[in-house]
Design a protein around this ligand. Structure first.
Ligand code: NAP
Length: 276
């Protein structure tokens, strides 16, 4: 594979320091994209970039040839870290402007960042959640996607491009203990599908990727530590096996690629057959 050329398409992966975003960034680099990798802070973004340039790619579903190419492109400034607090609309606007200044173009934005008040209890049985957290959680989790899309659209319109939001199957399929997450994810799905129709004539495509339970992620490891039974149950329900980030990244690359140029407004679950 050739190293990324200066005119290579540019992907901003928000939450690129996280479990799923890191693998998307790695596979995008290996496929020849230039990657702006976002984390909550400059330090976490830079740590993730350092990981990509080193052994981190090997575990990201990247082939040996891709690994070699990505190391090469990383050395040639094909990837750069950007820190921004996604709960702050001004920081989101600055992030997009900084990426555009660095790369001169933005062809895809993939939002893998998780936001929301960390202290408030918004998961679990609804009766046990904390009402004082509802408003902030909804505003932050849907608002961050909207602010990011608003800032990125002028850049995506220039040459046509893609915006991929991450939702979750809690927004598509009913289940206990998911009512607040479900409301926020359904909000993101509604936003994305309506926006897709509106911006199609500008050559911009908009999708939602909707994971169910993703193995090999920090959140899966946290759940396994607290409630191993739920992980075992999820694995039993997923007839194809629980997906990992390596199963999600190829879908994102396809949706952002030329092969998907006539596809928009889709909400695609990656759940190993847990829900259909
Ligand atoms: N993992 C799953 O099983 C699963 C299931 C369904 C849906 N999803 C969705 O998939 C997406 C990616 O999930 P993941 O498992 O990769 O998440 P993750 O490992 O927890 O990563 C979260 C990312 O969001 C960033 N972030 C958190 N708070 C932020 C803030 N206030 N401002 C800016 N960035 C912030 C983190 O940055 P730092 O690293 O700097 O903290 C990190 O890059 C999320 O939308 C998640 O809801 C995941």
């Amino acid at each position: 594979m050739e190293p990324a050329a200066p005119e290579a398409p540019v992907m901003l992966v928000t939450g690129g320091s996280g479990s799923i975003g890191r693998v998307i960034a790695a596979q995008a680099l290996a496929a020849g994209w230039r990657v702006a990798l976002h984390g909550r802070s400059d330090a976490s973004a830079e740590r993730a970039v350092a990981g990509l340039a080193g052994a981190g790619l090997a575990g990201a579903g990247v082939t040996r040839a891709g690994l070699a190419a990505a190391r090469l492109t990383a050395a040639e400034d094909a990837v750069r870290g950007f820190g921004a607090d996604m709960t702050d609309p001004a920081a989101i606007a600055r992030l997009v402007a900084d990426v555009a200044r660095w790369a001169g173009r933005i062809d895809a934005v993939v939002d893998c960042a998780t936001t929301g008040p960390k202290g408030a209890r918004i998961t679990g049985l609804f009766a046990e959640t904390e009402p004082e957290g509802y408003g902030a959680f909804l505003a932050l989790s849907i608002g961050a996607v909207q602010h990011l899309a608003h800032a990125a659209l002028p850049w995506l319109r220039r040459q046509g491009g893609s915006f991929i939001a991450f939702a979750s199957d809690a927004g598509r399929f009913a289940g206990a203990r998911q009512s607040l997450i479900g409301a926020s994810r359904a909000g993101i799905i509604g936003f994305v599908r309506n926006l897709a129709v509106e911006v199609a004539r500008d050559g911009v495509r908009v999708h939602c990727v909707s994971p169910g339970f993703v193995a090999d992620t920090d959140s899966a490891r946290r759940l396994a530590a607290h409630n191993g039974d739920r992980v075992v149950k999820a694995a039993k329900k997923a007839g194809l096996g629980l997906p990992t980030p390596e199963d999600i990244a190829p879908l994102v690359l396809f949706l952002c690629g030329d092969g998907a140029r006539r596809i928009t407004g889709q909400v695609i679950s990656v759940n190993g057959g847990m829900n259909a």
